[in-house]
Design a protein around this ligand. Structure first.
Ligand SMILES: C[S@@+](CC[C@H](N)C(=O)[O-])C[C@H]1O[C@@H](n2cnc3c(N)ncnc32)[C@H](O)[C@@H]1O
Length: 269
C-alpha cells in the first residue's frame, strides 16, 4: 500500500511533466489576457455565488491553484490578500511570472497542501477549491483539517467542483462506449492510476508518471466539512461539465449532475 507522500510525489512529477503541454496550448493567450487588470475567467454560475457570499476585500487561500488564473481573476474583481498554493513547480512558476508581469498582487507558494507552513494559519476569510482539485487529495478529512487551520475563526469554504456522478461514466476518449453507460462504481475505494489523459487543455495524448486520482463522494465532502465545524449554507448542482473531459455526457440528451458549488461557513461565524 502506498503512503500519502508516495501518491503526492507521483502526482507532482506528472503535473510537472504535463504543464509544458498546457502552456503550449494556452500560456501566450493568458499572458496577453491578464495584461487587462479587469480580466476574469470566473464563469457566470460561479460569479453569482461569489456575489451572494461577498468576496470584495476578503482574504482568500486557493488550494491546488495550478497556474493561478482563477485566483488572479478574483483579485482583479476586488478580493483582498490572495495566496495560491500548489505542488507543481512549473505551474507555480507560471503563476508567479504572470502575476508579476500583469501587476496582479496575488502570491503563489509551491507546496503540498498538507505541508503549507504554519505561518499561513488563521490568515484567510475564504478557502477556495475549484475545478479538479479534490480528486488529487489522498486524505479528504486531513485536507479539510488543513483548510480549517488556514481560516480565521469566522472563515468560509467555497468549492466549485466536478460532480462525482461523472466519474461513473466514460470520458470523451472512450469513443466506442455509450456516453451514458455506467462503467465505474460510485463507491470507488481505490484511486484510479493513469499515465494518460492529463493534457485535457492541449488534447495531446502525452504520457506521464502515474497519476493517482481519488473519487470522493458528495457525502465524503459534506461530512468532512461538517466534521471540521462548518455549516453548509449553499449547495447547488449543475448539469454543465467543467471537467473538459465529459462533453459527450453533457450532450447525450439526459441531464445529469456534472458540477456543483458548495459554500460552508464556520459555525463560529
Ligand atoms: C486541475 S488543477 C486544479 C486547479 C485549477 N482549477 C485548474 O483547473 O487548473 C489540479 C492542481 O492540483 C495540484 N495538486 C495536486 N495534488 C496537490 C497537493 N497535494 N498539494 C497541492 N497541490 C496539489 C496539481 O499540481 C494541479 O496544479
Amino acid at each position: 500500500m502506498r503512503s500519502i507522500k508516495d501518491y503526492t510525489q507521483s502526482n507532482r512529477a506528472a503535473w510537472n511533466q504535463i504543464m509544458p503541454a498546457h502552456q503550449k496550448a494556452n500560456k501566450a493567450r493568458l499572458d496577453a489576457a491578464f495584461k487587462d487588470n479587469n480580466y476574469s475567467v470566473i464563469s457566470s454560475p460561479e460569479i453569482e455565488e461569489w456575489n451572494l457570499l461577498g468576496f470584495k476585500n476578503k482574504d482568500i487561500a486557493h488550494l491546488c491553484c495550478n497556474n493561478g488564473i482563477e485566483l488572479m481573476s478574483l483579485k482583479n474583481l476586488g478580493a483582498g490578500e490572495c495566496v495560491g498554493f500548489d505542488i507543481c513547480d512549473v505551474a507555480i512558476e507560471e503563476a508567479k511570472s504572470r502575476a508579476l508581469a500583469s501587476r496582479n498582487e496575488c502570491q503563489f507558494v509551491r507546496t503540498d497542501v498538507f505541508a503549507i507552513p504554519d505561518e499561513y494559519n488563521s490568515k484567510f476569510d475564504i478557502a477556495y477549491i475549484t475545478v479538479g482539485a479534490l480528486g488529487w487529495i489522498p486524505d479528504i478529512k486531513g485536507f479539510f483539517e488543513k483548510v480549517k487551520a488556514l481560516l480565521k475563526p469566522s472563515g468560509t469554504i467555497f468549492i466549485y467542483e466536478l460532480h462525482p456522478v461523472i466519474e461513473m461514466l466514460p470520458t470523451d476518449d472512450n469513443h466506442d462506449v455509450n456516453p451514458l453507460q455506467i462503467i465505474e462504481p460510485y463507491f470507488k475505494k481505490e484511486p484510479y492510476a493513469e499515465t494518460t489523459g492529463l493534457d485535457y487543455i492541449g488534447k495531446t495524448d502525452q504520457q506521464t508518471t502515474t497519476q493517482y486520482w481519488f473519487v470522493w463522494k458528495i457525502s465524503d465532502i459534506i461530512m468532512a466539512v461538517i466534521e471540521q465545524g462548518f455549516n453548509v449554507s449553499r449547495f447547488i448542482e449543475y448539469s454543465h461539465d467543467i471537467s473538459e473531459s465529459h462533453n459527450r455526457n453533457q450532450t447525450a440528451g439526459i441531464e445529469i449532475p456534472m458540477s456543483y458549488i458548495l459554500v460552508a461557513k464556520s459555525n463560529a461565524s
